[in-house]
Design a protein around this ligand. Sequence first.
Ligand SMILES: Cc1cc2nc3c(=O)[nH]c(=O)nc-3n(C[C@H](O)[C@H](O)[C@H](O)COP(=O)(O)OP(=O)(O)OC[C@H]3O[C@@H](n4cnc5c(N)ncnc54)[C@H](O)[C@@H]3O)c2cc1C
Length: 507
Amino acid sequence: MGLSKKLVGALGRVSDGVGRLLPGRGLDYRRRQPVGFYEHDRAVERLLESFRNVPAGRRVRLAKKTSNLFRGRHADNVGLDVSGLNGVIAIDPVAGTADVQGMCTYEDLVDACLPYGLAPTVIPQLKTITLGGAVTGMGVESTSFRNGLPHEAVLEMDILTGTGEIVTASPEENVDLFRGFPNSYGSLGYAVRLKIELEEVHDYVDLAHVRFHDPQTYAEAMGEIVEAGTFEGRTIHGLDGVAFSPHELYLVIACGTDKAGPTSDYTREQIYYRSIQHPEGILRDRLSIRDYIWRWDVDWFWCSRAFGAQNPTVRKLWPRDLLRSSFYWKLIGLDRRYDIEHNLINRPNGLPHRERVVQDIEVTVDRLPEWIEWFFSASDIQPMWLCPIRLRGGVEKLAGSGDVLADADSPWPLYPLGPGVTWINAGFWSAVPGDHVSADAEPGAFNRVIEKKVSELGGHKSLYSEAFYTREEFAELYGGELPGQLKKRYDPAGRFPDLYEKTVSGA
Ligand SMILES: Cc1cc2nc3c(=O)[nH]c(=O)nc-3n(C[C@H](O)[C@H](O)[C@H](O)COP(=O)(O)OP(=O)(O)OC[C@H]3O[C@@H](n4cnc5c(N)ncnc54)[C@H](O)[C@@H]3O)c2cc1C
């Protein structure tokens, strides 16, 4: 691969405007033309104008069409016009970088990059997650074992701050904002442009699904493979896994290849997460790179089963282009509005409301067996997604830079994952009976138990969903005084809710 492939992609674009033909399904692939800097600047002007039109003292929010936040939000903040900020601005295939608008979805970003044989370094699994949302909200994916998190590929960002200005943040400029932005969830400002590194990808991946029967052996193997970065002598592109129980665990190892050949299709009757299950040893499969990237989106990992989409008869009738997370979000919206599950299923059967348990947490790889054993004994939720993360090398040079953050010992202090350590993200998205812990349990009872257990194991919890920490507990876990100090500088009048208000109080 290398320069020649990028040039073929670039020339293809010039000659027919489409670029290389993408292998694989590409059912919802659409041609993405970069919007260019002129259009981008006009869109930023409109955003600034809409900010200026909000009376001083009123709080603002993004008026976005999609969201992947699971917690509720108060609706009284005034929406800002971000309508023209959802595209790719420009791709430089030779430098391997892209200038991208803050509200550009990964679906659009990936489709703009793949014709050049390039892709973002980390691509969260849900198509409508945006670059700005993933950088500020700590997205994670199977390349995180070698590429860390999305913010680590950011070279510079333009951010609308609470003063109504656009501020550029990079390792050289406004370093405190650059380092404090990940896990700030829009409490310091909104990224409108991000310049990111891309990486070269192969057209296909060979998959090896490796079966394990106990969490200890599983965690050891995961740790060793992360360190080695290779499997059967080949460089690994992606590594994640699924635990169905403490006795049925899989590693999913993906190695890139350009060799053409048959590939599987999980956008029809076959269901990806079921395809990895087998009794013993290694099961092999092959996907186009695009299908690999979006393999979890089709069935929202496994959550589409709640809507009946995995019932063979229903699936045959289900429109193929509605097998995607953005459609399931719409169904969730209806359920929240009309309390459908409770009214149609639970109440008629005399059952209580169920407590939603939609969370991602991280523990270090050595604590993973304890986490897995505990989780499966404490709930009947299954499966659980597991994904290793290692922060990228070289980030240490950022620590100590910027006056507010001078003493912060983590390069990204609002979510202090230590560098040089293998962390495992565990994702579980389901519900438990409302009286799971005790009949008079407080709201979020099982979620609170999880928070306690994760802290006990020295881990963290992502903040895209419900959280129940007190302000003191929260400060201990997510940067102490720093979010407040950064806010004084970049949002002195409090035009955005603060991090605690956003992530715990639902502001
Ligand atoms: C069921 C479920 C599964 C998930 N699975 C994954 C997963 O597999 N991998 C993964 O990486 N993540 C996952 N997430 C989490 C997701 O990445 C985060 O919630 C992310 O922040 C969503 O980004 P979004 O673009 O949809 O933003 P939104 O949901 O619209 O907003 C999220 C937050 O980010 C802020 N924000 C949005 N855009 C910007 C911006 N441009 N600048 C500053 N702040 C901004 C918003 O104010 C808000 O506080 C999952 C979430 C859910 C609910």
